[in-house]
Design a protein around this ligand. Structure first.
Ligand code: ZN
Ligand code: ZN
Length: 208
């Protein structure tokens, strides 16, 4: 759908030996093949990629460690959990991590060990840290994690979306159907009523 302007995410890798102690800037932009399926597999979210994903970050060496810092921006089409309308959701997720050389160590988690062998890096228990091995670090796994983190758990077209009427199903954002929807009594609503009453009483006294 999108022709990659920058190197494809499959080529989203950095060469450790080329990094210096001053940051090098990287930009990768594309619609990686795993992205569509990752978004569509979310429950209740027939997400579509609405905009290519752009990873812009800087990497530098800090002794033996590799520091990566930047952000991901993209856009997806999601379904609002309240009114079921499709809407465009802008994504923006900053990320920062420090990768230590794995050396002879091996991650306890077999999945992480496999990732380290395949990608030359793996994330630790915390997202901000991880290990690398070898001279080439493949960042597509990291990109996937960042995208997963950025997707909303409860997609909403707007924070105050009134949703569908539970009685007639009308989209209350577009029309006022006038159905009487009984609301649970809120103690605050009762308090507010008492206050207004007290105020009008004072007012009566003032004028009378
Ligand atoms: Zn909505
Ligand atoms: Zn209604």
């Amino acid at each position: 759908m999108f022709s990659p302007v920058f190197p494809d995410m499959g080529a989203m890798r950095i060469l450790v030996d080329r990094l210096a102690s001053s940051p090098t800037a990287f930009v990768f932009e594309s619609e990686p093949p795993w992205l569509r399926s990752a978004i569509q597999s979310r429950p209740g979210s027939p997400g579509l990629v609405a905009k290519p994903f752009r990873f812009a970050f800087r990497a530098h060496r800090m002794g033996e460690a590799v520091c990566i810092e930047g952000d991901m921006r993209g856009g997806v089409e999601l379904e609002c959990g309240r009114c079921l309308a499709r809407y465009r959701h802008e994504l923006e997720e900053p990320f920062r991590l420090v990768l230590e050389p794995a050396g002879n160590r091996s991650p306890a988690d077999p999945e992480a060990a496999e990732t380290l062998a395949r990608d030359g890096m793996c994330l630790g228990e915390e997202f901000e840290t991880g290990w690398y091995r070898g001279s080439e670090i493949q960042l597509s796994g990291l990109a996937r994690e960042v995208v997963a983190l950025s997707l909303p758990v409860n997609p909403l077209c707007s924070e105050d979306c009134p949703g569908l009427c539970p009685i007639c199903g009308a989209d209350r954002k577009l029309e006022n159907c006038g159905c009487e929807v009984s609301r649970p009594r809120s103690p605050f609503a009762v308090l507010a009523k008492l206050k207004t009453r007290a105020k009008s009483k004072n007012h009566e006294r003032g004028t009378g």
